[in-house]
Write a protein that binds this ligand. Structure first.
Ligand code: PEP
Ligand code: MN
Length: 343
């Protein structure tokens, strides 16, 4: 397996020559063009002289990648991915990003109050589902695109970014101008048509782990988005199904350091769905920070008992305020410990 990065100005002739050379070596090439670069992913295992390939005109770099995930692997890209949001905010391993909001967008009053709360607490990204994947068809399915437009307007007026779940291909276009980050839910983690489509937009995609996906499968899903042209991917652990039924899901904290080592992408944690019970959410949020999470996705509600969905795992404003304070302290502590490591 090799990944060839071509130069920005690589001519069609040079590219064809590279493709011919790698085919002659016994590799099957796939060309990938993203908002950041151009690549030729070459599948095969034949031995080759890296200097020979590397010296062809139009090549920027050649990397050998043994991992089963390719473009999302850290084996070729040592520097980690930084995802700028429109303007002053970026998601990366050097920033810590807090995302909070309701499971579902319920009404305008709720949104206005919540935006005010988030602004006061310094939370810059708001979550809120308008297309809800519910386990029962009789449950509330979300306010739809009108709800998203309303959410977006309130957030924009207050300098807050929006993340919302996209459930199917046709919604990508419809939602595009009213989200800053597309969220792919656990139930769609392997919806490859949707992942293909999200690879064609220039907006970040937060990819949740399927509830019974292995980490390799999660990375493969990220590979779909990248290989279709979008490098702005955030991986998110959100708990998996195990035999344990004392809580909603089993938060796999192991996934955080593992994904950070295997991939160059930012890794987030969603402790709300991860444990699914409000009284344990803060503990799992802090544990996620210490495990290395680059951000948190959390559900909050002004009156959790009355939330239309996922009230049992949503923090009240008072709980959220306390949690934010502790998360900020924990992020500072983590930074200090890293500095000690570096000595
Ligand atoms: C959600 O974020 O509200 C949600 C439905 O999450 P998940 O896909 O992780 O269940
Ligand atoms: Mn939810």
């Amino acid at each position: 397996m090799m990944i060839i990065q071509t130069t920005k100005d690589c001519s069609a002739n040079n590219k064809n020559r590279i493709l011919e050379e790698v085919k002659t070596l016994g590799y099957a090439p796939a060309t990938v063009k993203t908002q950041y670069g151009a690549y030729i992913v070459c599948v095969g295992s034949a031995p080759f002289d890296i200097r020979h390939i590397g010296n062809l005109p139009g090549i920027r770099d050649v990397h050998v990648v043994k991992d089963s995930s390719k473009l999302v692997s850290r084996q070729w890209k040592v520097e980690t991915t930084r995802i700028p949001l429109n303007g002053d905010l970026a998601i990366s391993r050097n920033d810590f990003t807090m995302i909070m909001g309701p499971c579902s967008v319920e009404n305008e009053e709720q949104v206005a109050e919540m935006v005010k709360f988030l602004k006061a607490e310094g939370v810059r990204v708001m979550r809120g589902g308008v297309f809800k994947p519910r386990s029962s068809p009789y449950s509330f399915r979300g306010l739809g695109i009108e709800g998203l437009k309303m959410l977006y307007r309130h957030c924009r007026e207050n300098g807050i970014y929006v993340i919302s779940e996209v459930m199917q291909v046709s919604q990508v276009d419809v939602m595009h101008d009213f989200v800053d980050i597309f969220q792919v839910g656990t139930r769609n983690a392997q919806n490859y048509n949707l992942l293909d489509e999200l690879g064609r937009v220039d907006k970040p995609v937060l990819l949740k782990r399927g509830m019974s996906s292995t980490l390799e499968e999660l990375l493969a899903s990220a590979e779909y988005v990248f290989s279709n042209g979008n490098e702005k991917i955030i991986l998110c652990e959100r708990g998996i199904r195990t035999f344990e039924n004392a809580y909603r899901n089993t938060m796999d904290l192991n996934a955080i350091p593992y994904l950070k080592e295997k991939s160059h992408l930012p890794v987030f944690s969603d402790p709300s769905h991860g444990v699914g019970l409000r009284s344990y959410v803060e503990a799992m949020a802090l544990a996620s920070v210490m495990a290395g999470a680059d951000g948190l996705l959390m559900e909050i509600h002004q009156v959790p008992e009355r939330a239309i969905s996922d009230g049992q795992q949503s923090l009240s404003f008072a709980e959220a305020r306390r949690c934010i304070m502790k998360v900020n302290e924990t992020v500072q502590l983590r930074k200090k410990l890293v500095l000690i490591d570096e000595v």
